[in-house]
Design a protein around this ligand. Sequence first.
Ligand SMILES: [Zn+2]
Length: 286
Amino acid sequence: MRLQIGSAFGIPVYLHWTLVLVPLLFLQGPLDSNLALVAAIAVPLTFLCVILHEFGHALVARCFGVPTRDITLYPIGGVARLEKMPEKPLEEFLIAIAGPAVNVVIALILAPFAILLAFGSDLNLLTTLVFWLLISNGMLVAFNLLPAFPMDGGRVLRAVLAAWLGFYRGTVAAVITGRVVGVLMALAGLFLFHNYMLLLIVLFVFFAGQQELMYARWREGQRLRREEMLDIPEVLPAHPLGDHDHHDNAVHEPPLILQPRVSVYIWDQQTGTWLPENRSPLKSPL
Ligand SMILES: [Zn+2]
């Protein structure tokens, strides 16, 4: 269940219903009117930064001929649904990096204002908002660049590894790396920060990694099948087809072995011509 809030570049943008939970988070503690005002402006602006991040992915994907079906905002972030996965590692790399790059640009635009405001005397609403957005964009970059699926960093890592190892082996290496990073994050969360939310993220990492592995396996199967169809050799059974009568028990039938058909011609001195090997007088039983 989701609500369309608009569209840009022909891509509809939706809010997922679970976003109604976000204001509830702010209603937990004692309600400070200043904090409520800051949150009421800052939270939608943060989600706007997330939407811009997703458009970063979508517009770079469009440059490579990959359309985006839609963009949906969830409480933990946004998702741009691309119609297909880019084939080339460089394309995947650029599409994946485009999202965090948008947040880097926003942070770079906000940084001079933050520096100017930091020298101001009082902490007003504008200063709080600028710092909030600067920090949240920095966090978006850091979180999204974690080298684990489903984060953008997982795709960046896979693209780099795929350029080197090929798509399938690159995906396996990226998923293993992501899982190691995930487990380390979970351990750090538990023992250093006593934060159990990180365990949830690790579950996401394992699930998303599994999805990527399944897709990579399927794609590798398709590739191998295509290759087989392209250079399948002309094949003949290893034993003549009419030979079955000699076997009285079908169980002992040797398995049908496919082997390339090689035509061998032998010079027949009697007729002065080239003859196929099986018709050569040299091989015919006397
Ligand atoms: Zn992203």
